[in-house]
Every structure is written in C-alpha cells, then in structure tokens.
Design a protein around this ligand. Structure first.
Ligand SMILES: Cc1ncc(COP(=O)(O)O)c(C=O)c1O
Length: 408
C-alpha cells in the first residue's frame, strides 16, 4: 500500500492555493510533478559534478560520465532491457518514435503496410504518415469496439504486408491499456516489427520489455516524475545495429575523415552532440523514487482511485465518459464532456475550483474525429492524488452544472 500523505510531502508544488482553493492537480497525462528527490539530484549534479561527458579525463568529467552511464543502467533495470546498448536517451517519446519511423523509411517499400490504431497520439501517427509518404507504404488503422481496441479488426488487418505495428500501451484519451504482449506475438507471427508508445504506461505500471518481447519501446521522463527534455528509446540490439543514426555530429563518431566518418558502438552512435546529462540523471532519480514506492503499488493506487471516482462521475447526469467501461482495462485517465458545454469552458470552471484538468483534442485528432467530438476534458491521476481529490472533481463538476443551470 502506498502512503499518499507521505508522498505528497515530497511534492511541495501541490501545497498551494489556486483561485482561493487548494490545488487539485489532475493533468498528469500531460506532465507530472517532480519530487524533491529529483529536484535535489539535478541540483546536486550542477553544484558538484557538472562537466561534459565522454570527452574529458579530468575528475568532474569522469564523475559526470559515470553518473550519466549509471542513469542508463538504472533505466535498463527499470524496463528490464537485456543490455544498456538497447537504451538510448532521447528528448522524449516523440523523438523516440520519430527515430523508429526513420528506421522504417530504410525498410519499407511500396505496397508494404504500417498498422497503427485510431487511438494513437499524434506522435505515433505523423512520423508514420511521413514514412509512408516517402516510401509508398500504406498507413492502416485498427479501430475500436466498446471503447477499446478492436482485436478482431486487428486480426483481420495484420497480414504479411504489415512490416511495422505501432500501438500505444495506454491511451492518453480513452485510458484503456492495450494487450501489448498478445499484439506483439501476433505481429511477430506475420514477421512485423512491434513498436510501442509507452508514454502513458511506463509511469504507472511495471514494464518488462523482454517479457513483452517488443522490438521498440518509447517513453518520456516528464510523465513519470522526471524532468522535461529527456526520454528513452528501447530497441532490440539486432535492430539498433541495423539502424542508421538519425543525427550526426560530435559524441557519436569513432573516426572522422574529410569525406566520411565511422560511428561509435551502441548506444552512443545515436547520441549526437552533448546529451541532456542532468535530464538523464534526473530521470534515473525519478525511477529510483518510483521503484521505492513500487510500480505494483502505484498501479494498484491508481486503479483504486479510478474504481472510486468512475461510478461517481457516471452518476452525474449529462456527463459523457469516453472509453471502455470495463475498469479492469483502464489506467488513470478519464476523458469526458458535460452536456454541450465546451470543454475549455468546463476546464476553466473547474480551475475556479482549484481543479486542474486538460481540455482539447489531446493530440489525438483522428480519435476525436472517429468519436465525432471536437474536444473533451480529461482528468488524469498519479501517485499523489487522493480520494479527496476525486471528491473535489465530482463536486466541482456538480457546481459547474448548477452554475450553467443544469441544462444538460
Ligand atoms: C500516448 C502519448 N504518446 C506520446 C506522447 C508524446 O510525449 P512527449 O510530448 O513527451 O514526446 C504523449 C504525450 O502526451 C502521449 O500521451
């Protein structure tokens, strides 16, 4: 069991008044808050160890390099990658997925297909649109059934023409968690490479890339109590060896001649330029922090919050909730609309009550087109949220409804 009151003390940002109300932060799918352990680690790094990595022989450079590479090992263990060669630091999920799509451009030819789902974030759509446009491959979508991925549709579309399957582990709008292990087995049966957008799963549940057997897995530090500007691309060594670097310059080279160059070995051949050292070290501190709480405890806590708040939200007349009603399939994300109130107005009204939620298309416009709604509001939970936060959300929604004369 996770002790929320103890955890909340690690997040001083939560202890503030917004619009005369105590802040209830429910925008965690967009970005999470950072615990003192992360802030202090980054500070300590800059105060004591800051130097450029991999280049210097002086003491600070060696310390900074050791901390950066220890951070990589921390991430490797966290996702159970087989080797640190398979853990690339990137700017975040978006960069990670762009790199994989760039690899796909080397592999795809006309007539091939890339299979994604309609619930993907733009960062798992547009890189594939570009890869398909450049190669003549076709981008094919799997649609939904009862608010979840339609596995029958996936089975029908997963033919040997499909060379890449790229699916979100957890949706940032519907909140559903997709059966990645099963989909990966199916993808491998037709010889496709399996790519997973783990932006909304890695912060909330135990990830084991070897058990899932995925070929690529992407996630962002800032959604899991870590700093912004740092993320990870896990890739199986056999693919990363084949894959060309995406960026070129210092740090990633072995030798450079006037007309050509050779690359360092994995993982450094992908990390051109001075890396985000403080970011990587801060992300490792976030991982240590989450692991101390326990990923299973984190998942159970969020499931508990959803089980608590979902029926209360369902009971609000005029509130439409999107995604599967099967709570066993859901993570801590709930998208909703209140009557025909614009979600931006709804989010503003909730902000008057101190409740921070997101409103808009959530970078998932094809999904909203499919659902035939222009936008939604979205509440998303994390380790520091409480049942009292859930009650405040429900209460604020009721007040908003009354304010608009309950005309929904
Ligand atoms: C499911 C999903 N994928 C990808 C991303 C992109 O992450 P980032 O902006 O950190 O690159 C997000 C961010 O909201 C997301 O929710």
């Amino acid at each position: 069991m996770l002790d929320v009151e103890v955890i909340r003390k690690d997040f001083p940002i939560l202890d503030q008044i917004v619009n005369d109300e105590p802040l209830v932060y429910l925008d965690n799918a967009a970005t999470t808050q950072k615990p003192l352990a992360v802030l202090e680690t980054i500070n300590r790094y800059y105060e004591n160890d800051n130097a450029n990595v991999h280049r210097g022989v002086h003491t600070l450079a060696e310390r900074a390099t050791a901390s950066y590479e220890t951070a990589r090992e921390t991430i490797r263990k966290f996702i159970n990658a087989g080797s640190t060669k398979e853990v690339l630091f990137t700017r975040g999920t978006t960069t990670s997925l762009n790199w994989v799509a760039r690899f796909a451009e080397e592999v795809l030819t006309e007539g091939d297909q890339v299979l994604i789902s309609v619930m993907e974030h733009h960062s798992n759509i547009i890189p594939w649109q570009e890869a398909c446009r450049k190669t003549g491959a076709e981008l094919v979508y799997v649609y939904l059934k009862d608010g979840s991925l339609d596995m029958d549709d996936l089975r029908v579309k997963l033919t040997d023409r499909v060379k890449f399957v790229s699916i979100a582990h957890a949706s940032n709008v519907l909140g559903v968690v997709n059966p990645i292990k099963e989909i990966t087995q199916m993808a491998h049966q037709v010889g496709a490479i399996m790519v997973v957008d783990g932006a909304q799963s890695t912060p909330h549940m135990k990830i084991d890339v070897q058990d899932l057997d995925v070929d690529f897995f992407a996630f962002s530090g800032h959604k899991m109590a870590g700093p912004t500007g740092i993320g990870v691309l896990y890739g199986k060594e056999k693919y990363l060896e084949q894959m060309s670097p995406v960026e070129f310059g210092g740090e990633m080279i072995d030798f450079v001649y006037e007309q050509s160059a050779s690359w360092k070995e994995l993982p450094w051949k992908f990390e051109a330029g001075t890396p985000n050292m403080a970011g990587a070290i801060g992300l490792a501190a976030a991982v240590d922090y989450l692991e101390k709480i326990g990923m299973d405890a984190i998942e159970a806590h969020e499931q508990g919050l959803i089980a608590y708040v979902y029926p209360k939200l369902q009971a609000i007349e005029g509130l439409t909730i999107y995604g599967s009603q099967d709570l066993a399939q859901r993570s801590g994300v709930i998208a909703f609309n209140l009557g025909d109130l614009h979600p931006h107005d709804l989010a503003t009204a909730l902000d008057y009550e101190g409740v921070a939620v997101r409103a808009g298309h959530h970078c998932a416009q094809p999904l909203l087109q499919y659902l035939d709604v222009p936008a939604t509001a979205r509440a998303s939970f994390y380790i520091y949220n409480t049942k009292a936060d859930c009650d405040k959300l429900v209460d604020a929604l009721q007040k908003t409804k009354e304010f608009f004369n309950g005309t929904f």
